[in-house]
Ligand binder design. Sequence first.
Ligand code: CTP
Ligand code: MG
Length: 219
Amino acid sequence: MAVALLVAAGSGERLGAGRPKAFVSLAGRPMLAWSLDAVRAAGIADIVVALPPGEDAPSGTAGVPGGATRSASVRAALAAAPPGDVVVHDAARPLVTPDAFTATLAALADADCAIAAAPVPDTVKEAGADRLVTATLDRSRLWAIQTPQAFRRTALERALAVPDEVLAAATDDAWLVERTGGTVRVVESTPANFKVTTPHDLRIAELLLADRLPPAPAH
Ligand code: CTP
Ligand code: MG
């Protein structure tokens, strides 16, 4: 059985809500609660949460103090996880659905790592510091990377056994697998699984998640 690592230890600077982002209220519950629902609905019972200072682990999960960077938080959570393959998810993606967990874990059958990703809808160009375009990339080969990211246990352990400065340079854990020679597969996801970064994102998530709540009792 797989283990889920939920990284929730960030401070949420860009959201600017005055408390750690994963614990900000979203459609009536802490943001983290929405991802926890999806993990559990995918049948994953072992859950480790990397926490910011001053916050407690949700009931039924194991909490660990987060690290200085996102991947350091993943490493701290992994150290506390029971045996098994691992799926890492950002608490900042509350719109995740259970099938994203099951699909990425299933794709480990022929890869060391499998990551949720959405096709890129925009044309993407490269430009230099002078803002002159140097290339137009082939959009059919581009993917916007999300979480969940699933890992064979040994591949993630090897990937995270690096100096803190390498961890700090990682914007996702799959890159750490790539640089140690592991195979990484993309699993098509939807742009609806976006990351809440700014107040605008929080508003959109609020509108979408309000539909998932049971109707409020009549007064
Ligand atoms: N995260 C973490 N530990 C850190 C930094 C980030 O567990 N040291 C988690 C966040 O809680 C979030 C996910 O990694 O669920 C993605 O990070 P991001 O969206 O950057 O969240 P924050 O770091 O909280 O936001 P900001 O960068 O705006 O401060
Ligand atoms: Mg951050």
